[in-house]
Design a protein. Structure first.
Ligand SMILES: [Zn+2]
Ligand SMILES: [Zn+2]
Length: 314
C-alpha cells in the first residue's frame, strides 16, 4: 500500500521486492501495526516524507533464515552527533525513521538495518506483538518520564494507553483514564485494564494526579492536564504531532509543575520494554485487517473508532 502524495489515499500496487543493502535484513511481513503517526505522515502534518512511501513502523517480520524480528520507528542514527554519543540517539540530528524516511511495513516484504531490529517475546502472536513496537515502546518511554508518579492520568486511551495502563498497574500505580467526551467504550476498556477511574478529558478526576501522559494529538489537553496535577507533577506529551497548545495562566505551571515531550525511542528503550513485556505479561488487544484495507483502518483511527490497536496483515 503506497503513499504517493500526502493527503491522498494509499494505493494498492505491485512493487519490486526490496533488496537488502549492507547491514540490512530482508523480512517477510507477518503483521504491521497501525499507529497515529502513520496518519500524521499521510495527512501531511509531518513534513517531507520519502515519496512514494510505504508507511508502517510496527513491523513483525520473518527473516529468510526463519528468525522473527520486530522493526520499530527508529530505523537508523548517525552514531556521531552529540546526541548519539551521549546515548540519546532518539534525538539524533540525522535519524531516519521507518515508514517516514524509509519504507515500512504496509507491504509483503521489508528491509531494515539489522542493528535496529529486535527479537520479540515468544508468548505474543505476530498480530499481538505488533503494537509493542511503537505504542508499547513510546508508552514505556513516556511512563519513565513520569518518574515514580503514583497517581497517573492518561489522556487518549488508544493503543499506547492500553499498554501503559497495564505496566503502570503492574508497578502499583493508580491509573486515571481520560477519553473524548462520551467515548464510553474506551472508558469501559480502561476500567477493564485496571484503571481506578475513567471519564471525559473535560472532567476533573476525583484525586490530584502526580503525572499525566497525553497521547491524544490535542494541544488543548495540556492546560487541562496541568489543572489536574498536584504540585511538582509532570505532563508528558507522547505524540509526534499536536495541535497548538492554547495559552494558559502561569498559575497552572507554578508549583514546579513540568510540561515536556517525549521524542522517538532509543534501542535501549526497546530492549528494556520488550523484556518487561515478556515478563509481566501485557495483554494486547489488536484487531487484524487485510493489508488492502489500510485506508479504511486509517480512517477509523482518524475517527477515533479503534478500541486498543489495529494491525495489517498481507
Ligand atoms: Zn546522531
Ligand atoms: Zn508509532
Amino acid at each position: 500500500m503506497v503513499l504517493k502524495a500526502q493527503r491522498a489515499p494509499l494505493e494498492l500496487v505491485e512493487v519490486a521486492d526490496p533488496k537488502p543493502g549492507s547491514g540490512q535484513i530482508l523480512v517477510r511481513v507477518r503483521a504491521c501495526g497501525v499507529c497515529r503517526t502513520d496518519l500524521h505522515v499521510a495527512d501531511g502534518e509531518l513534513r517531507e516524507p520519502k515519496l512514494p512511501l510505504i508507511l508502517g513502523h510496527e513491523i513483525v517480520g520473518l527473516t529468510e533464515d526463519g528468525r522473527r524480528v520486530g522493526i520499530p520507528w527508529l530505523g537508523w542514527t548517525c552514531g556521531e552527533c552529540a546526541y548519539c554519543r551521549a546515548g540519546r540517539e532518539n534525538l539524533c540530528d540525522r535519524a531516519r525513521f521507518t515508514g517516514y524516511h524509509l519504507d515500512g511495513g504496509y507491504a509483503e516484504m521489508a528491509v531494515a538495518d539489522e542493528r535496529y531490529c529486535f527479537p520479540l517475546p515468544d508468548r505474543y502472536s505476530d498480530v499481538e506483538a505488533a503494537p509493542l513496537l511503537c505504542a508499547g515502546l513510546i508508552g514505556h518511554r513516556c511512563l519513565r518520564m513520569t518518574g515514580d508518579a503514583r497517581r497517573l492520568g492518561i489522556y487518549g486511551f488508544g493503543a499506547a494507553a492500553h499498554l501503559v495502563a497495564q505496566v503502570a498497574k503492574h508497578e502499583g500505580r493508580a491509573v486515571y483514564a481520560f477519553t473524548s467526551p462520551g467515548d464510553v467504550e474506551a472508558q469501559r476498556f480502561a476500567l477493564e485494564l485496571g484503571a481506578v477511574w475513567a471519564g471525559s478529558s473535560l472532567q476533573k478526576p476525583p484525586d490530584e494526579l502526580d503525572a499525566a501522559i497525553i497521547f491524544a494529538p490535542v494541544g488543548a489537553l495540556v492546560p487541562l492536564a496541568l489543572k489536574a496535577l498536584a504540585k511538582g507533577g509532570t505532563v508528558v506529551c507522547g505524540g509526534i504531532h499536536m495541535s497548538d497548545v492554547p495559552s494558559f495562566a502561569y498559575d497552572l505551571l507554578w508549583g514546579e509543575r513540568v510540561v515536556r515531550s517525549v521524542a522517538n525511542l532509543t534501542r535501549r528503550d526497546a530492549e528494556e520494554f520488550l523484556a518487561l513485556a515478556a515478563r509481566i505479561p501485557l495483554r494486547t488487544r489488536v484487531t487484524p485487517h487485510p493489508l488492502a484495507q489500510a485506508n479504511q483502518v486509517l480512517a477509523e483511527l482518524r475517527a477515533g473508532r479503534i478500541v486498543g490497536a489495529a494491525a495489517l496483515q498481507p
